[in-house]
Design a protein around this ligand. Structure first.
Ligand SMILES: Cc1cc2nc3c(=O)[nH]c(=O)nc-3n(C[C@H](O)[C@H](O)[C@H](O)COP(=O)(O)OP(=O)(O)OC[C@H]3O[C@@H](n4cnc5c(N)ncnc54)[C@H](O)[C@@H]3O)c2cc1C
Length: 358
């Protein structure tokens, strides 16, 4: 049995940030990440970030991740386990994980769940054909492995991820035939939509996929319009040739461990689905179980990082650390989150988070 003060599950931006502040006052920290590399979704992001200087605005996502890796390298009281999946959390506080060496049992004093999110999918005939991808897989191929996924793409979803990945596909020399979104208006930022439109990509709102074509692999797609009651309109079909379809229709919190541990969960559409109820300190109704990042509600990498820093400090408070500097840092991170959550999208997130409060 491994004993530790803090166990962090997930090495994305939220988990990395949490590790940095959780270790700040000398506590033993273990971080477990199921992938062979750290960084979660952040290392796939090649665009420059928004926000303020504190959230590394104008720095590219993968460079922000690198800065965090460098910082972690300087901290001696963090142990990092890669290729290690946390599999269960028990009522007596024992947590289990597994990796190639076998089964690991841990007894942390507190746990931060920072497992992120999974991509939602879409049901339509042909959606299992090779060539139909999620946006995460396309970003992994292009931005991590340097592989151009195909020659021409139909993007499904005009949220920020759909728009950003479309732009990245254009940069990689892929012909973006169209972006399709069932909603009446574009969900992502106008600045991202303007960029792809300037490059000649049509964005069809109130449209969805009727069918993906192909025998063994994807060769094309038919899209059709939706009426005000979201019903397809016969006669509005558009046929598009493509060898990739990229489905980017939203994310849902990856919350299985929280369900299993018996955390109180609530469905909040604005936050992507079921999220745990938490107090102001990001602690769930199960004492000692904290959350940070997308698992507590879908936002962006910048807010996931700030939440991570904040939660790392709150677990120190929970473990009895008192420090005037910590109070100042907590105030500052709260202020940063308020700034990130301003504007119309932020209003919805704040309303959702309020409903999730314990
Ligand atoms: C395809 C895609 C594109 C995106 N593009 C952008 C963008 O361009 N700009 C932007 O700001 N945001 C973007 N986002 C959103 C942003 O990436 C997320 O908001 C942010 O990464 C959330 O950070 P996180 O640490 O909560 O989760 P993640 O980055 O998802 O990290 C979670 C980590 O936990 C690990 N994990 C999960 N379960 C376990 C387990 N049981 N045991 C061990 N490890 C586990 C995962 O492997 C992963 O590394 C995108 C998200 C996706 C999915």
């Amino acid at each position: 049995m491994i004993h530790t003060d803090v166990l962090i599950v997930g090495g994305g931006p939220a988990g990395l940030a949490a590790a940095i502040t959780a270790s700040r006052y000398g506590k033993d920290v273990i971080l477990m990440e199921r992938d062979p590399h750290l960084g979660g979704q952040l290392i796939k992001q090649t665009h420059m970030f928004f926000g303020s200087e504190k959230q590394r605005a104008s720095v590219r996502g993968f460079d922000i991740a690198k800065e965090m890796f460098d910082k972690l390298d300087t901290i001696s009281n963090i142990r990092i386990f890669k290729k290690t999946t946390v599999t269960a959390m028990y009522d007596d506080g024992v947590v289990t994980a597994s990796n190639k060496d076998g089964y690991i049992k841990l007894k942390p004093k507190v746990v931060i769940i920072a497992t992120g999110a999974y991509e939602k999918s879409l049901a339509f005939p042909g959606n299992t054909l090779p060539g139909v991808y999620g946006a995460g897989a396309v970003q992994t191929l292009m931005n991590m492995q340097g592989i151009k996924p195909g020659q021409s793409v139909v993007m499904v979803g005009a949220g920020n991820i759909g728009l950003i990945v479309s732009y990245q596909l254009l940069q990689a020399g892929v012909d973006v035939k169209a972006i399709v979104d069932a909603a009446p208006s574009i969900g992502g930022y106008a600045v991202h939509a303007a960029k792809v439109r300037r490059m000649g990509v049509p964005i069809h709102t109130r449209y969805t996929v009727k069918k993906a074509h192909g025998e063994k692999v994807l060769t094309g797609a038919t899209i059709w319009a939706l009426d005000e009651r979201w019903q397809p309109v016969e006669g509005t079909e558009i046929d598009l040739e493509c060898d990739i379809m990229c489905v980017s229709v939203g994310l849902s919190p990856l919350s299985e461990l929280l369900w299993q541990r018996g955390c109180e969960m609530v469905h909040i559409g604005e936050l992507g689905g079921y999220v745990p109820r938490t107090d102001l300190h990001h602690e769930t109704n199960i004492p000692g179980v904290f959350v940070a990042g997308d698992v507590g509600g879908i936002e962006e990498a910048s807010s996931a990082m700030v939440e991570g820093y904040l939660t790392g400090l709150y677990v120190n408070k929970r473990l009895g650390v008192e420090d005037p500097e910590m109070t100042e840092l907590i105030e500052d991170y709260h202020k940063q989150l308020m700034e990130l959550r301003s504007g119309p999208v932020g209003d919805k997130i704040r309303a959702g988070l309020d409903r999730a409060k314990l």
